[in-house]
Design a protein around this ligand. Structure first.
Ligand code: PMP
Length: 398
């Protein structure tokens, strides 16, 4: 039987990251996991969460408000204030993870054929969502200070249209780990004003800084500019399986997002929202992050050092000040190494990563790879890098 599908269905190509999860789950041998962007099980505050789940108010299994449980919204307001991004309740919608925030953004903002600028490299589920709404997705380069804002005018001139959305991951970007500088944020806000473009500020990692100083968010620099659509999540702060995130947007968009949610999932999982609310209200987040961040810092350093000692001049890495990932690019005599072709050998050797091309909307970055340092101990990281070396030597013995 053949289906008469909607044209946009052909854009639902599926996430490389999700298929890697499935592939990894099928493996029966020991694998050092640099692929997924998730904390390891021992870093999830399981005991506290389990306790909170067993002490929940009555009514927890009812349908909740589509904008989110009031108790959680209250905690998000307090957290935002604490983080230097004060906001108001009429700007908030609790979502099923940051992913739903992205879906809402593109659903509300993009018509077929609209130009959406994304970073190269970027989080693939972001541009795939834009494409599912039939956007014309064009990539702009990223360097060690984040999105190269100076490149945008030329991209716009070449496209012959101004962008409807500029999608950026400003802090410890997925996949590179780089952070967009304050200067570039100010520049980008000015361009967004000029073009009437919305900046989708996808910020799951901003609170995971272990070095350096915070760069103010677009929302705080822009004074709640209506052109900023801010997305956050508890997935990387507490646990990804909770599927609780939120958006902070102009009140007019907030109302539309609530209506869109009513047609999607009606409300976000209430028990999980209530647990997150209690976790925050009881003050567990700060000590939890105090425990995690020094570990992530140590793991990042171990990964950078192991890569540099193992591959020397033939690899270049980013040096993130927070988050989960670093980005490695093969250079010099290894410049032709295709990390997608390397992947089966790496898996056989017992190490997993995500090939660079998966993070591009234009089929580039073939000699790069994303490595998650957050999931493994320094010893496991060293072991994983030496397995990576064995795989590299198998496919390219230069
Ligand atoms: N945006 C980025 C940049 C991410 O890295 C992720 C998670 N990998 C998401 C959005 C989705 O987050 P969530 O799991 O909360 O849906």
């Amino acid at each position: 039987m053949t289906f008469d599908l909607a044209t946009r269905a052909s854009e639902l190509t599926g996430s490389v990251i999700d298929s890697s999860t499935e592939l990894l789950a099928q493996q029966r041998h020991d694998i050092v996991r640099f692929a997924m962007g998730a904390p390891s099980e021992d870093l999830i505050p399981m005991e506290q969460l389990d306790k909170l789940f067993s002490h929940m108010p009555t009514g927890r299994y009812d349908y909740g408000e589509s904008a989110g449980e009031p108790a959680l919204r209250e905690q998000i307001l307090a957290l935002s204030e604490q983080m230097g991004n004060p906001t108001s309740d009429d700007r908030l919608v609790v979502t099923n993870g940051a992913m739903q925030g992205l879906d809402l953004a593109f659903k509300l903002l993009v018509n077929p054929g609209d130009l959406v600028i994304v970073e190269n490299p970027t989080y693939p589920n972001g541009y795939q969502t834009a494409r599912s709404y039939e956007a014309d997705v064009v990539s702009a380069p990223v360097d060690s200070h984040g999105l190269v804002v100076d490149s945008l005018r030329e991209i716009v001139a070449r496209s012959g249209k101004t962008p409807k959305v500029i999608y950026t991951i400003p802090n410890f970007q997925n996949p590179t780990g780089v952070t967009l500088s304050r200067e570039r944020k100010t520049q980008l806000l000015a361009l967004a004003e000029e073009w009437g473009s919305v900046i989708v500020e996808d910020d799951p990692y901003g609170m995971l800084r272990f070095d350096g100083t915070d760069v103010p968010s677009f929302s705080s620099l822009g004074g709640h500019n209506p052109l900023v659509f801010r997305i956050q999540t508890f997935s990387k702060l507490i646990a990804p399986g909770l599927r609780v995130g939120w958006i902070d947007v102009d009140p007019e968009l907030q109302k539309l997002a609530v209506n869109a949610k009513q047609a999607m999932d009606t409300c976000t999982n209430a028990p999980n929202q209530l647990v997150v609310a209690k976790f925050l209200q009881q003050g567990h987040l700060a000590p939890h992050l105090d425990r995690l961040l020094p570990l992530y810092k140590e793991r990042k350093a171990a990964m950078n050092q192991a890569l540099s000692e193992t591959f020397g001049e033939s690899i270049r890495m980013t040096d993130p000040e927070g988050g989960f990932f670093l980005w490695a690019t093969f250079m010099a005599e290894r410049e032709q190494l295709d990390t997608q072709e390397l992947f089966p050998a790496a898996l056989e050797e017992g190490v997993a990563y995500i090939p660079g091309v998966a993070f591009t909307a234009d089929n580039s970055q073939h000699n790069a790879l994303r490595l998650c340092f957050a999931t493994s101990s320094p010893d496991r990281i060293r072991e994983g890098v030496s397995r990576l070396e064995r795989a590299v030597l198998r496919v390219q013995s230069v």
